[in-house]
Design a binder for this molecule. Structure first.
Ligand code: ADX
Length: 217
């Protein structure tokens, strides 16, 4: 279990401002940075959709980065379990990392179960609503369980995994997400296009941007 040993308040720390601002970094990239936050159950399609959105953005020459629950838990967050407390810490850290990438001028795709409203709201508050897009991948649990791409639902049903989201650990549906997608009703490509179009409609992307991704050797 993660224990925060250092209280940052009253810790003799001073914030240093950077000479180059977030605005200048974003200007150099000719894009509006933001966080596209995909939340939903394991097996709901978050990662596949996030990858497809990143692919669409990349094809238009936007600079992105994708943060994914399973991957981050291999490194930065490999000290965290799936207790409520550790999931909160997981999302707090990812929120801070996402904010750093937004400061760097990137469009961030974050794909995490992120089961609690409070933590998702805290990430939104870190950057502000204009730079945060909550996408609820609202695929019914029966479909997620049927897909069971990693065999985890089966293990959870047998009691081999404890605190599995949707089985014996809660998931709090977003109340007012910018986008809701049920991936059992549309393809990954269609889902990605819904998000892409929303980014055009809300002014994050320029509809006329034509630069194609340069092929790397
Ligand atoms: S979160 O709840 O803390 O946001 P996160 O997105 O980082 O979760 O990780 C979820 C991934 O961890 C799942 O896609 C699944 O592959 C794996 N996993 C392992 N154990 C669990 C569990 N108990 N509950 C949910 N996912 C689990």
């Amino acid at each position: 279990m993660y224990i925060n040993k250092v209280a940052t308040k009253d810790n003799n720390l001073t914030w240093h401002s950077c000479v180059i601002t977030k605005k200048e970094r974003a200007h150099m990239k000719k894009q509006n940075p933001c966080i596209i936050w995909l939340t939903g159950l394991s097996g709901s399609g978050k990662s596949a959709i996030a990858n497809e959105v990143e692919n669409l953005l990349s094809l238009k020459g936007y600079h992105t980065h994708l943060l994914d629950g399973d991957n981050i838990r291999h490194g930065l967050n490999n000290d965290l379990s799936f207790s409520d407390e550790d999931r909160s810490e997981n999302i707090r850290r990812i929120g801070e990392v996402s904010k750093l990438f937004v400061d760097a001028g990137l469009i961030v795709l974050a794909s995490f179960i992120s089961p609690f409203r409070k933590e998702r709201q805290a990430v939104r508050d870190l950057v502000g609503s204009k730079e945060f897009l909550e996408v609820h991948i609202n695929t019914p649990i029966c479909v997620c369980e049927q897909r069971d791409p990693k065999g985890l639902y089966k293990k959870a049903r047998k009691g081999e995994i404890k605190f599995f989201t949707g089985i014996d650990s809660p998931y709090e549906d977003p109340i007012n997400p910018e986008i809701t997608i049920d991936s059992s009703k549309c393809t990954i490509k269609q889902s990605a296009e819904i998000i892409f179009q929303h980014l055009i409609d809300n002014g994050t992307l320029k509809s006329h941007r034509s630069k194609e991704r340069e092929l790397l050797g």
